[in-house]
Write a protein that binds this ligand. Structure first.
Ligand code: FAD
Length: 460
């Protein structure tokens, strides 16, 4: 259908959108839409989790748990990199708790709950500015998203009903199972005790470290074993800020030479009084174009052999948290063992220890999976999109193929109006599971929604 006449193209049509998932990615997307899309719209924010906050993972954290990124990197306002630090400065309870001597707050690490408060406040303010927007919070689980004959999407809920919208933004993170297991793990050990018990934590990244420290904060006194295939734990941040530095000359194009180049750059930075962390910060700025330039075989090689080392150096722990982890390991209460998890049974973990060929049973009262290497593509809504040809996986089948603005790339076409924000795009965009990259992507998606025509009109 083509629309002619004097009416503006969207007159009489109310744009309807749905964001699936109210974690940080979902809430960030809502902020970006409220601040970017100038037309009136209705927005449904869907998540079975009962709370509305600045992000589910952030809200459920204990107040002692701190984020691993410096405050300067956590603004949710595009073009205003100091928005979060200004918010911290204006926040009286936070100022009382933190030494006033810290200039500007940019270099500090803050509790996750503080960041969640900031995100939620920015969401509320953005909503208060828009009398022409309706936001509905839905406590359902989405089971499928299907296109309709008139260019919209039908969202079906597990609970039975359905809704029609023009744009769907998937913000389901690593998947519902992962989000729920985070809560179960928090609850299971919240009563302290458990002296003789043994908990196995799978994975050795930030989530695993977070889990170990949460168990201790919750009073768990039993033994903990971190089981990881490669055994690389997150490295520490520098105490003083490490501004990005990186050699200016062109990088080689082959993986082996790139590794040597980065190693040399780290050594050179240290010789010149900077730190390897500053070089890694510089590398992160180039990661996206570097990743895009590698052929699939080298991407696979990177994932197999280098990803865990890269992750340990890019996702770093604040120096105090790192020191605490080292004390925990030195005390013997927590042990790191290299091995491949083969599955869990009632009695514990089936595992093949590094250097051994046979399978062993490792007795444990609980096994908590903190690996999160890739989003769960078997989640019904994602599996359905793949089956219906509305989405495709990236070259390595790690997640969904997306462009930097989060648009889903189907096997043949790019379905207009379907987006995936955050970790779902991990195989296409390095670091898209981190706050700064999610913020940039959310504004890019909102910008596209603002500028393009509505589906019914485009169909003509
Ligand atoms: C412990 C931890 C520490 C971190 N530290 C940092 C840090 O210091 N710096 C940084 O930049 N990043 C950090 N991150 C990473 C960053 O915050 C996460 O990548 C981000 O929180 C991902 O959020 P998300 O909204 O994409 O996913 P999630 O928080 O997992 O939220 C996804 C939501 O989608 C919902 N959902 C899933 N499927 C459905 C469905 N079918 N229907 C309806 N709802 C559904 C789930 O219930 C869930 O609430 C950290 C993450 C964690 C977990």
């Amino acid at each position: 259908m083509t629309v002619h006449g004097f009416m503006p193209p969207y007159a009489g049509l109310m744009l309807q959108m749905a964001v699936i998932g109210r974690g940080f990615s979902g809430m960030m997307m809502a902020i970006a839409l409220l601040k970017t899309v100038r037309r009136p719209f209705r927005l449904r924010l869907i998540d079975p989790m009962p709370t509305v906050s600045g992000g589910q993972a952030l809200l459920t954290a204990r107040s002692t748990e701190i984020l691993n990124s410096r405050a300067r990197d956590l603004s949710v306002s595009t073009g205003e990199p100091k928005d979060f630090t200004r918010w911290l400065q204006a926040n009286a309870p936070f100022r009382q708790a933190v030494s006033a001597a810290i200039p500007g707050f940019g270099q500090i690490f803050v509790p996750k709950s503080t960041f969640s408060d900031y995100v939620y406040q920015r969401f509320s303010e953005a909503l208060a500015e828009r009398k022409d927007v309706t936001v509905q919070m839905s406590g359902e689980s989405v089971s499928s998203v299907r296109p309709t004959e008139n260019g919209q999407f039908e969202i079906a809920f597990e609970e039975g009903d359905a809704a029609r919208v023009h744009d769907v933004i998937l913000a389901t993170g690593f998947g519902r199972k992962r989000a729920e297991s985070r809560l179960v793990a928090m609850d299971a050990f919240s009563d302290g005790g458990h002296e003789g018990e043994h908990v196995v934590v799978l994975g050795s990244g930030l989530r695993a470290v977070d889990q170990v420290l949460q168990l201790r904060d919750g009073g768990f006194r039993g033994r903990i074993t971190i089981v990881s295939r490669r055994g690389f734990l997150p490295q520490p941040h520098t105490r003083l800020p490490a501004d990005a530095v990186f050699p200016n000359h062109p990088m080689p194009s082959n993986l082996r030479q790139i590794v040597r180049f980065v190693r040399d750059a780290c050594a050179e930075a240290e010789e010149n009084g900077w730190s390897w962390q500053a070089t890694m910060n510089g590398l992160r700025k180039r990661a996206r174009s570097l990743w895009a330039s590698l052929p699939p075989s080298e991407k696979r090689q990177f994932n197999r052999h280098l990803r865990s080392i890269y992750d340990a150096h890019r996702n770093r722990l604040p120096a105090d948290v790192h020191a605490r982890l080292e004390r925990e390991l030195a005390s013997g209460g927590t042990e790191l063992r290299r091995g491949t998890a083969l599955g869990t049974v009632r009695a514990g973990l089936r595992v093949r220890w590094a250097g051994e060929t046979g399978e062993s049973l490792f007795a444990a009262s609980d096994v908590i999976d903190c690996r999160c290497l890739a989003p769960d593509l078997s989640e019904p809504v994602i599996a359905g999109l793949l089956r219906d040809g509305l989405a495709a996986t990236d070259e390595l089948d790690l997640g969904l193929a997306v462009n930097p603005a989060g648009e889903l790339m189907g096997p043949k076409t790019r379905p207009v109006g379907l987006f995936a924000i955050g970790p779902l795009g991990l195989g296409s965009l390095p670091d898209i599971d981190l706050v700064p990259e999610i913020v940039t992507q959310a504004y890019a998606a909102a910008g596209l929604i603002e500028t393009r025509a509505m589906p019914q009109l485009r169909a003509g």
